[in-house]
Design a protein around this ligand. Sequence first.
Ligand SMILES: Cc1cc2nc3c(=O)[nH]c(=O)nc-3n(C[C@H](O)[C@H](O)[C@H](O)COP(=O)(O)OP(=O)(O)OC[C@H]3O[C@@H](n4cnc5c(N)ncnc54)[C@H](O)[C@@H]3O)c2cc1C
Length: 567
Amino acid sequence: MEDRRIFSLLNIILFCMPALNARIHHPVTVDTVLFDPKKGVEILEASNFTEVVFNSKFNRVVVFYQATCGTCKKFAPVFQKLSDYCKEWDQLVKFSSVACSNIKNKPICQRFGIVRVPTLLFFHKDFSGKEKPIDIQSGKDVMLGNIARSLANYYQRKQDSLSDWPNLLPLKNDEFRNECKKHPKMFIIITNDQSEKRVGPLAVLNSVKMKNAHVRWMHDYDAQFLKFENHPSLLQTNTDCTETTLLSSKQRNDFNKLIADKVDYKTDNLFAPIDGKIIMEPSKKPVIGKPIIPNGLHEQDLESSLYHTLWQEISRLKHLNASSLNIAKRYIKSLMYVPYRKQVLKFLGEIDSELSEYSTISTDHFTQILEKNLHSKSYVPKRIVWAGCSGSKPEFRGYPCSLWMTFHAMTIGGLNKTDVAQIVRNIRDYVVNFFSCTKCAQNFEKETADLDKSIGKTDKDAVLYLWRIHNHVNERLSKEKDSLVDPRHPKLQFPGKTLCKECRIDDNADTFKEDVVFNFLQDFYGEVISNRASINYGKATNNKASFNTAWFTNILGVIVLLFLTNL
Ligand SMILES: Cc1cc2nc3c(=O)[nH]c(=O)nc-3n(C[C@H](O)[C@H](O)[C@H](O)COP(=O)(O)OP(=O)(O)OC[C@H]3O[C@@H](n4cnc5c(N)ncnc54)[C@H](O)[C@@H]3O)c2cc1C
């Protein structure tokens, strides 16, 4: 009897192990916000945006982003660095972020017409909502300069009411003597108007907290009476303003450090490089040795992708006109060939039939339709959790990976049921019109320009067409230095040798036997790995084998238990 109880206990533990295993090793990425407010980038939401940003004490640079967009993930550390660079002038400007991927923030993202992400907007301190914020391009070499210029423009308009601001405007030839008398031993940066437009304002902004340093900048044509040869140059006047000393005409990004040393100003903050270029340290290598998730079509990736597509990607537009609603409807019809759970398929069926009543629709109404059709028998989990598509760092993989998986699953799911070439057309139209990665959408449009000519006649041809296009993108990205490739998932031709040796004509070349590839794709995209079931995440094993082994152990345990209780 005692033995039996011990065995029952053992069996319960054994039975629960797969669930425990999945919990302990769940190597998934949850996308919510890309910034840590402790590091200085505020997180704003629709609920507090107006209160914080409108008629504020501070100017603000706000990045609007989607947490799942690869470009945004790549941009997040750059924006963080931008905010770090500007810490010396944080009494003038704050850096903030709004996750447009959070459904609650939709009203504010729509209000400012955010269609492409990341978008950077500058709100001056007395922004009241009647005017338009200033669009600041997100290039690494232009952001700092554009922020300095926006601040300088604002200063020019409002200088009478900005007594606590440094003077960001150029010092004129005829103002020099008076200014110098008021501020003997002042620092002057001489700049060339053509190539160094933002050097002066940035150098002045960097010195805003240095109480003992008065810093101004001059155009070289206005400063001919001063001694300098190159620009930009850093000069300092003497006490009676009769002489200037050249402090430096090299290493412009060290000018502020030099000024700080002269006036004995100490800070742990960085000075913004006055050439305006943001320099990123090479990214750290990803942690090696994390559990490997089986390669394949994961239920969690498919559902997270679908949630992002419907609630975030399509819904970020304000209105779906006849053409975009038609594209969305066709895409939703094609999604019904993905091997989703039956509740998800029911949900798609319900929204498909409801949308058929409309020829145009506001996205608020579109979202209402989505929400209305969520119930116990028809749903999409409203969360983003990556499984097979999780990257070694948050900026890698995620949504674009899950989108490709969804596309291939659609074409395989459509075999013998519908015209697969039409599915591929629907995919192309969705990407071109809705995919939030602008660069990807443009490249994809070019790469599929010959779709009608090259897609072939049969459904098999259409499946292989999409496979070829994806491999073409893989090849292009493998050559692009700046692409966002996870080093743990290098861009190789698919399927790799370990996944399907027989798919290749030659082991040492990327030449394929297309018939074998077609069969392989049907297997690979025909079966879903359910993350609710037990998957041995600890080893890169065949997922089906690990699934079966775990549950086989449990079932065996139950049989033995029944046998023992009958003894
Ligand atoms: C339409 C589209 C266009 C894109 N364009 C760009 C771009 O221009 N620039 C850019 O930087 N990024 C682009 N991306 C993102 C890029 O393609 C990858 O999605 C991203 O780099 C993540 O790569 P990944 O390692 O997760 O593998 P992905 O390429 O996303 O693939 C996901 C999974 O699909 C399987 N797979 C890989 N190749 C094939 C294939 N040929 N056939 C079938 N299955 C395959 C593998 O299991 C892989 O893990 C695009 C994404 C999409 C959806």
